[in-house]
Design a protein around this ligand. Structure first.
Ligand code: SF4
Length: 454
């Protein structure tokens, strides 16, 4: 007779995390806190004593997806606590799903944990030592998102984030750096800086000084990039706007201290549309700025997102966007078809664009950019680049270059490279490219192989 392993008596919480990387960071914080209190995570609905659904409320389609996820959790488990961006619309959630146990809003970590306590009493012993010092990460162990601020001071007409999350609220530089150091000490090889407006970091604090490693550093974008760049891991900057002061971070990229990568959600290029969108930096001459950045750091990759079919967008505006893209030659581009979001100012704008025109423009933009992407990647063939391995599958290693963020950008496939593990960094020779991805082989391993003579 074999003895079954002792069954864990710790209560188990299921977790469903929807939405953007910022919501993912919120989920990580909640989970870290629950694990610190001795709760365990359940990978299945059936094994959970209750389920937390962290919702997204950014677009109407995201709200629908969140409501569907709540419905699924209720059907599968029955004991559901809702949190996240859609949480500010508690009435809507309760109208659709009256049996949810509780609804809390974005960043209400204390409130959601409190609701978990009510639903599933916390275990008598807090197993604080179960939590690794870097917290619990929902991303693979070799990369991690670092959220440097909450909220946003901008008022883009299509966006309700400031209403949901309030104004800019930056974390002091020392706080961010201590978290980054913990992550690096735990083996993280790539830090992805996220916020709603990374280039505005510290503005709300008056760029106050903050102590880190015995020195006072200003809480501002450049100091943060410098400090993160000193940790010896890849540092990737997301959600940056093309303000003049961003120029100063380019030398760090040229020197290899920060990845030569900027994620800038331009959203459009036509001045009229940008004005109607009330975009930050909408009066900047972005093509000139991009040209200047490339003079400083020729290897720079820019990724961006665009909205087509914004109210009032004319054929000429859309043509201006395509022309701009042809000139800007961005490395990576995502596109959204505009949709009204409850509570957003843009809903009231005249000139709503018919759905079929939105689809047409979306297809045109993606085809246009596909050609640019293929040309840019083709130019990498024959070059030696550094990559980081994300996973190993049956065909070899799947990696990313300096110019590819996880989940959203491209991939570098290393067929036949099996002796690697996630987080490994190596030099590879690019042998082929398609529209979005590269194919390469390791030259580091080759250097280690005996060389046949004769
Ligand atoms: S910058 Fe604009 S789109 Fe981004 S969160 Fe702020 S208001 Fe919303």
């Amino acid at each position: 007779m074999t003895t079954a392993p002792p069954k864990s008596l710790a209560p188990k919480i299921g977790f469903v995390s929807l939405g953007c990387p910022k919501a993912l960071v919120d989920s990580e914080r909640i989970i870290t806190r629950l694990r610190a209190e001795g709760y365990e995570l359940s990978a299945s609905y059936q094994g959970a004593d209750a389920v937390v659904v962290n919702t997204c409320g950014f677009l109407n389609s995201a709200k629908e997806e969140s409501l569907a996820a709540i419905g699924e959790a209720l059907a599968e488990n029955g004991r559901v606590i809702v949190t996240g961006c859609l949480g500010i619309e508690a009435d809507r959630i309760l109208a659709a799903h009256p049996t949810v146990l509780a609804v809390t809003g974005p960043q209400q970590y204390e409130a959601v944990v409190e609701e978990v306590h009510k639903a599933v009493p916390r275990p008598p012993q807090p197993f604080v030592d179960l939590v690794p010092p870097q917290g619990v990460k929902l991303t693979p162990r070799h990369y991690a998102y670092v959220k440097i601020s909450e909220g946003c001071n901008n008022r883009c007409s299509f966006c309700i984030i400031p209403a949901l999350r309030g104004g800019l609220n930056s974390r002091p530089l020392g706080d961010v750096m201590r978290e980054a150091e913990r992550l690096v000490a735990a083996g993280v090889q790539e830090l992805l800086v996220i916020s709603q407006d990374t280039s505005a970091y510290g503005l709300d604090l008056g760029y106050a000084k903050s102590a880190w490693r015995g020195q006072d550093n200003e809480t501002r974008f450049l100091s943060l990039a410098e400090a993160l760049g000193s940790l010896g891991v890849w540092v990737r900057l997301h959600y940056v706007y093309p303000y003049p002061h961003v120029d100063r971070v380019l030398p760090l990229m040229a020197e290899g201290r920060v990845l030569p990568y900027l994620d800038i959600p331009f959203q459009h290029a036509s001045p009229a549309v940008l004005k109607a969108m009330r975009r930050p930096a909408h009066q900047e001459k972005t093509l000139e700025r991009i040209a200047r950045w490339r003079e400083i750091c020729p290897d720079l990759a820019i990724r961006s997102t665009f909205i087509v079919g914004f109210p009032g967008e004319t054929d000429d505006d859309f043509a201006a966007l395509l022309d701009w893209l042809a000139e800007a030659r961005l490395s990576r581009v995502g596109c959204f078809k505009y949709e009204n979001v409850d509570g957003a100012a843009a809903n009231a704008l005249p000139g709503q664009v018919p759905e079929e025109i939105k689809h047409e423009r979306y297809d045109l933009l993606m085809q246009h950019q596909q050609t640019i992407s293929a040309e840019l990647l083709e130019a990498r063939v024959g070059k030696t680049i550094e990559v980081m391995v994300d996973e190993i599958d049956e065909e070899g290693a799947v990696a990313r270059s300096h110019w590819d963020a996880p989940e959203i950008d491209g991939t570098v496939y290393l067929p036949g490279e099996m002796g690697l593990k996630p987080g490994d960094r190596l030099r590879v020779l690019v042998e082929a490219a398609d529209d979005y991805d590269l194919f390469a082989r390791s030259i580091d391993a080759e250097a280690a192989r005996p060389v046949a003579v004769g």
